[in-house]
Design a protein around this ligand. Structure first.
Ligand code: ADP
Ligand code: MG
Length: 301
């Protein structure tokens, strides 16, 4: 009798522990692209709460970091006295400035004026004039952006300087959405903001998430970002230009090499992938090593 009782108790305990986790997936448009969240949860109600939290975090970050929305916190920054900013904006700008110093400006979020001019060139299929290019580059330079961590303030020293977080914001947002899921008790998740992946704990019973990077990899608790001109490029005068700017010329890159980076978090992977597109592979590999990141270069197709 006693044996039967305890066995029933054990069975009940076992079934409670082993309530199987199911895979759920949702896609929403954010940050000018599609965001896909994949997660494991015990039921659809829990999954729905996870999706709401993850997408809401991304929406909030887009409102803060967007360079398309003129009323974002980023776009409201002007040259002049130091301005206090939100923790999110400060974190992204700090990471960006660290990488700008490390790459001597190959990665530079103060390139807004040159990026805008380049976007116009892509729209009109016409290269900017020498004078336009020179003028835009006069309003760029990471040395003109000063951060004070103690006061959490940002100071722009050059009037007309424009910030553009297009090379780091999506990876950062993917990582933050993953953190929001973890905080809700849903750590087995993957967030993909276009080509920027933030990867959490492995799916149940698996060693990790299968991600195709050059070769198939099984990954967990890391981030993968790809930069390249396979999706966004323009052809002018028979040359193919990328949407990544060479800060020395103010024009899109023409090297056409794709770069994929595996790093510890989304902001690092995203910004490194953009930076390494500008740098030579040997410089790029040296920077990647300092971040304990892995790099794959894809030759032009
Ligand atoms: P994607 O936006 O396709 O994921 P990236 O992460 O490489 O590609 O980011 C490209 C964006 O980064 C550009 O659209 C622009 O907003 C910005 N950008 C372009 N050149 C640079 C650069 N040298 N340093 C920092 N940001 C850049
Ligand atoms: Mg990037």
């Amino acid at each position: 009798m006693a044996w039967k009782k305890s066995s029933a108790g054990l069975l009940l305990a076992a079934s409670l522990c082993a309530a199987p986790l199911e895979r759920f997936e949702a896609v929403e448009p954010h940050m000018g692209t599609l965001v896909r969240v994949t997660l494991y949860a015990q039921d659809s109600g829990t999954a729905r709460k996870g999706f709401t939290a993850a997408f809401e975090r991304i929406r909030q970050l887009d409102e803060t970091l967007s360079d398309y929305n003129p009323s974002s916190e980023l776009m409201r920054l002007r040259s002049g006295p130091p301005a206090q900013v939100s923790e999110d904006l400060f974190r992204v700008l700090s990471a960006a400035q660290d990488l700008a110093r490390e790459t001597q400006g190959a990665f530079d979020v103060t390139l807004g004026a040159a990026i805008r001019l380049w976007r116009e060139a892509r729209r009109s299929n016409r290269l900017p004039s020498e004078a336009e290019r020179r003028l835009a580059l006069q309003h760029c330079g990471y040395h003109y952006l000063k951060l004070d961590a103690r006061r959490r303030t940002v100071r722009i020293l050059q009037p007309g300087l424009q910030l553009d977080l297009g090379g780091i914001a999506k990876g950062f947002a993917a990582g933050e959405a993953l953190s929001a899921l973890r905080a809700l008790g849903l750590p087995r998740a993957l967030v993909a903001v276009s080509g920027d992946l933030a990867i959490g704990d492995p799916p149940p019973g698996k060693a990790g998430w299968s991600v195709q990077v050059d070769q198939p990899l099984v990954l967990h608790n890391c981030a993968v970002s790809t930069s390249g001109d396979t999706e966004q490029f323009v052809e002018i005068g028979g040359r193919r230009y990328s949407h990544i700017i060479d800060p020395k010329t103010g024009l899109g890159l023409t090297s056409r090499t794709g770069v994929t980076v595996l790093a510890r978090d989304g902001a690092t992977a995203d910004s490194l992938a953009t930076a390494l597109s500008v740098l030579t592979p040997s410089e790029g590999r040296r920077i990647a090593r300092r971040h304990h990141a892995r790099v794959w270069y894809t030759p032009p197709q």
